[in-house]
Design a protein around this ligand. Structure first.
Ligand code: PXG
Length: 399
């Protein structure tokens, strides 16, 4: 097997320079652990940005993959397959919605939600032709397509990629009054992350989701929640919105939906909303493919049967509490919900990147967001002892 150094050299020589990964090559993984070609072991405290809530190569998911691969992998949507229907049924049972539309990546699911809201706006709400407006939040992250960067406030995501898709208005996050002011007769939807992940794990005040739910209901505006990163147990609830006892009109899912084994995403909603699609309006070659659906069914089963949300709630309170106890002049704030945790570093302290590199040397993988935030998002199957192992190393690097 090639060495870490050789692999990084060819990857950097052949690949576009759109990422700057930590200098580690992962060549094997199991549960919460990964190994490099030299056989060194690391704890995965990133979980592919929450796509691996079930852990690497969960045996139940891998079994489903192998069984399905031996039968049929792809049909296209020109024909039915025997996995899509059961997958949709099981997903809807989990999220309490009436209909779902399967796609592959998170970005595609958000694009699908945007199309849903616009079509619903014209056909059901009867807004003016081609005037539909969707309100989004400052510092949000919803993906990298042209339309999704068109709604982004992050200059780096946009710079050099115009012209942009019109029809979005950006308002501050965690500010219900700003939403009230931004809504006009053409507004079809408000799209938000219940906790902003890429912005640095920004948790809104209690009651924010209830307020925006109420404002959307009063104004006949769809509340669309992007739970691609927060969904499937990560924040200590199956879905982050459940903490406030509300229900979205449109729920956008991805990442852990297929347990980090394959890309799978979906948009779920009530019949009145997703029912606007007619044959030919939207789709994807691989969306709803039987292999991804079989894998996703097993992945959902693991979330449900291993009570990953409950685990994240209990372990998350413990972990966040212990992080907050670390006495360090470097730490500005510890925040998060469940096992979506972040440590914000003070200006002038070590950069988050430098901390991640030190943690890597200590056998633990995590990743910075922006210059000064380290995010910790272990697989939800992690144990308390393993979290203690991580905490020792984190405390060491922050001291
Ligand atoms: N919505 C949210 C809330 C996300 O966190 C997406 C949408 C887009 O999903 P896809 O599957 O299209 O990446 C995300 C993705 C990266 C990267 O490398 C992406 C995310 C987090 C960190 C890095 O582009 N989140």
């Amino acid at each position: 097997m090639a060495s870490t150094k050789e692999i990084i050299e060819i990857t950097e020589a052949c690949g576009a320079y759109n990422y700057e990964p930590l200098p580690i090559v992962i060549s094997r993984a199991e549960g919460i652990w990964v190994w490099d070609p030299e056989g060194d072991r690391y704890m995965d405290m990133l979980s592919a940005y929450s796509a691996l809530n079930q852990g690497h190569r969960h045996p139940r998911i891998i079994r489903a993959l192998k069984e399905q691969v031996a039968r049929v992998t792809l049909t296209s949507r020109a024909f039915h397959n025997d996995q899509l229907g059961p997958f949709l049924l099981e997903l809807l049972e989990m999220c309490g919605m009436e209909m779902a539309l399967p796609m592959n990546t998170g970005a595609e699911a958000v694009e699908t939600a945007v199309k849903t809201a616009r079509k619903w706006g014209y056909e059901v709400k009867k807004v003016r032709k081609d005037r539909a407006k969707i309100i989004v939040c400052n510092n949000a992250f919803h993906g990298r397509t042209i339309t999704l960067i068109s709604m982004s406030s992050e200059e780096q995501y946009r710079n050099g990629f115009g012209p942009f898709t019109p029809g979005f208005e950006i308002i501050p996050f965690d500010d219900p009054d700003a939403l009230e002011r931004a809504i006009d007769g053409d507004t079809v939807a408000f799209l938000i992350e219940p906790i902003q992940g890429e912005a640095g794990v920004i948790v809104p005040r209690d009651g924010y989701l209830r307020s925006v739910r109420d404002i959307c209901t009063r104004n006949n505006v769809l509340l669309m929640l992007d739970e691609i990163q927060t969904g499937f147990g990560r924040t200590g609830r199956l879905f982050a919105y459940q903490r406030e006892g509300i229900e979205p009109d449109v729920l956008i899912l991805g990442k852990a939906l297929a347990g980090g084994v394959l890309p799978a995403s979906a948009v779920a909603a009530r019949r009145e909303v997703l029912g606007v699609f007619q044959p030919g309006d939207h789709g994807s070659t691989f969306g709803g493919n039987p292999l991804a659906c079989a894998v996703a069914r097993a992945a959902l089963g693991v979330v449900r049967d291993e009570e990953l949300a409950k685990r994240a709630e209990a372990l998350g309170s413990y972990f966040l509490g212990k992080l907050a106890e670390i006495k360090s002049p470097m730490v500005a704030e510890v925040r998060g919900r469940g096992l979506l945790a972040a440590v914000e570093l003070r200006e002038g302290a070590k950069t988050a990147r430098a901390c991640c590199e030190e943690l890597m040397a200590e056998g633990m993988l995590c990743k910075e967001t922006h210059r000064n935030v380290i995010r910790f998002t272990p697989p939800l199957i992690i144990t308390k002892d393993e979290l203690d192992w991580a905490l020792e190393r984190i405390a060491g690097v922050l001291k």
